[in-house]
Design a protein around this ligand. Structure first.
Ligand code: ADP
Ligand code: TYD
Length: 203
């Protein structure tokens, strides 16, 4: 897409994505690289407003189809206002989640909606990261980590452990589908070891 490098982190809730995104940013800073650390849903004022709609409230608040539209709307704003400008400026963009989350969360967990996700993505986003780190983790450990934070944004964690098991399978499948950009990372290790593994793979 542009001169910079676009990196995303993916995985189930509580797998350590935010921690590793931050540690990669620290590593890039030490290397003297310019970067933008961002997240989805969110990463721009408009997308953060949509974040509040999708992540709070009753688990049944939105259907999966409505969520596809909301997450994609947030992503479009994020892309226009934050990601593209940073890449054009030659920066590394580190995004805590991107379109793969919609493929897995909305595309596979409540019926097979993957085709709708892919068609809307092609029409409205049309961009993939250069590199995607998929952090793999036992859902029982990850869920206890995630809920321990009690962020108030627990709508998806509230779907429970079976839902997280389905998500894990979805993310593993994703690595097989996109082998050229996805790298599977074992999240059951010391955070510093995981970070060293990840930063060694970033050019
Ligand atoms: P995510 O962004 O995937 O939800 P976080 O990075 O926020 O995950 O991590 C969830 C919780 O687990 C946090 O309290 C964090 O400090 C802790 N954590 C992150 N990575 C590890 C790790 N490798 N080992 C143990 N705890 C971790
Ligand atoms: P996030 O803040 O990364 O949560 P966590 O730190 O618990 O992993 O993401 C918020 C939730 O939004 C998370 O449960 C995954 C969900 N989500 C989707 O369902 N679809 C999407 O497209 C995105 C980006 C996130």
């Amino acid at each position: 897409m542009a001169a910079g490098l676009f990196i995303s982190f993916e995985g189930i809730d509580g797998s350590g994505k935010s921690t590793q995104a931050r540690l990669l940013a620290d590593n890039l800073r030490a290397r003297g690289r310019t970067f933008t650390l961002t997240r989805e849903p969110g990463g721009s004022p408009g997308a953060e407003a949509i974040r509040a709609l999708v992540l709070t409230g009753d688990p049944g608040r939105w259907s999966a189809e409505t969520e596809i539209l909301l997450f994609t709307a947030a992503r479009r704003d994020h892309l226009e206002r934050t990601i593209r400008p940073a890449l054009t400026a030659g920066q590394v963009v580190i995004s805590d989640r991107f379109a793969d989350s919609t493929r897995v969360y909305q595309g596979t967990t409540r019926g097979d909606l993957r085709d709708q996700v892919d068609r809307l993505h092609a029409m409205m986003i049309g961009t993939e990261p250069d590199l995607t780190f998929v952090i793999d983790m036992d859902p029982a450990i990850a869920l206890s980590r995630g809920l321990a934070r009690r962020s108030g944004e627990d709508r998806f964690e509230d779907f429970g452990i079976a839902f997280q098991q389905t998500l894990r399978k979805g993310f593993l499948q994703l690595v097989e589908t996109y082998p050229s950009r996805c790298i599977l990372i074992d999240g059951n290790r010391d955070p510093a070891l995981i970070a060293a593994d990840i930063s060694a793979r970033v050019p």
